[in-house]
Design a protein around this ligand. Sequence first.
Ligand code: F6P
Length: 561
Amino acid sequence: MASQPALISETDAWKDLKGHVEEIRMTHLRDLMADADRCRSMMVEFDGLLLDYSRQQGNTETIHKLFNLAEAAKLKEKINRMFNGDHINSTEDRSVLHVALRAPKDAVRNSDGKNMVPEVWKVLNKIKEFSDKVRSGSWVGATGKPLKDVIAVGIGGSFLGPLFVHTALQTDPEAIECAKGRQLRFLANVDPIDVARNITGLNPETTLVVVVSKTFTTAETMLNARTLREWITAALGADAVSKHMVAVSTNLTLVEKFGIDPNNAFAFWDWVGGRYSVCSAVGVLPLSLQYGFSVVEKFLKGASSIDQHFYSTPFEKNIPVLLGLLSVWNVSFLGYPARAILPYSQALEKFAPHIQQVSMESNGKGVSIDGLPLPFETGEIDFGEPGTNGQHSFYQLIHQGRVIPCDFIGVVKSQQPIYLKGEVVSNHDELMSNFFAQPDALAYGKAPEELRKENVAENLIPHKTFSGNRPSLSLLLPALNAYNVGQLLAIYEHRVAVQGFVWGINSFDQWGVELGKSLATRVRKQLNASRTEGAAIDGFNFSTTTLLQRYLEASSDDNQA
Ligand code: F6P
């Protein structure tokens, strides 16, 4: 029996796709788009969503070959192992079970032989009860006043996902109604300016601080938490912590050590990766405090709907699988290193920053899951801005400079429709005109002959020519309520997992963030020794020593505790 190749790039399916690239490169998207049958086969609908990937550089044969690659990568088996709670995060010896966070009450999702769904619902019920109390005013602060404002302190996965969902819901009519009179703010950066911005205009008497940290050791979060604890106790006394500070963590021992009552702690589990934690108490608690649990439950249901779809739909119609395979095609075969995430919705302005972490922390790896160096690049550089703002910023490069596959995300029904008398179209139609136009501009481009017909001056023709043949995909959501936001989140989470499964990497660890953290610890020690004992800078290279010297000399006045 032939032995199994150690790397996906050694499989016949990979080599077959490599061989197919030239053929695709010779075919312009303009021609591919002329084949209506091809385009029809590249549209998928599910639960109100429509994915159109006909503007990807590929034909039905490409898709067929990508399915062969999925088979060679044992994609279905890996998806099943994730849902079954196997320890697929092998370097941390953990299950990867964020799908359990939004599973229906009667579902079974085991980790280490234990069904975690009842545990999940225990925490969700506790959040519901607590957030109802805070919102109704039956939970009051140290001076007897209701707590109407919340600061969520956390960074990375303990921040970006909740901020994205909060930003998306902020303008949804139902969510607005539920959030009346309340504020939710996020303190992430250890920069003291972020503290100042967060507490400006807030009264400690009416503020609840939620400290969100999976490990409860993250330097930035813990310093920010201590800073807000000081803000509260200076105003209200030491006992106020029990009424004004709660925590979300997997490390309940450290929560208690910090001084937060364990009864006011909301647990999650080591099988939830930080960047996959928005559906745990990490997101559900702050969002429920702001919008009420019932709104957030809809968000969980939207994510769960995609989980079912991802788990059980054949690959031909499986949105996250198709998206993941196409991303692998773009990165590993067509050689495009970046991906632009372009929601035509201002409410999704924090979506790209969240997906940056989900995707780049997951798939920016240099070795296979078995530790073998990879002879190909994984992950892509994700960035994005809402359209139309991006159009007036970096689209020039996308149209005439580098080729960057684009995700266009549009919403059928605006959250906040406006139609001015006398205008040709409503404001949302204006926005969406751009959503429909941009993918075709990228795909078709504009040839010199067309410009000549328009009598463009000959010297300007090279400047005004658009080569086209630039891939994109379009995802149309019916609306942007809590349910749809949940769908969108889960689509991207699973897409990233599919990419990692195919590349054969571990998408669920993040060792790459450790080195910088440990070097910062050395610098912190040096700063302390220099400031308190006048110790000379020792053990750093010439460059860092010079920079540190300049910093220490010029900032001594600001550093009295
Ligand atoms: O940046 C590294 C990281 O570990 C992320 O993966 C995580 O989301 C973030 O730090 C915050 O970690 P914690 O929730 O433990 O404070």
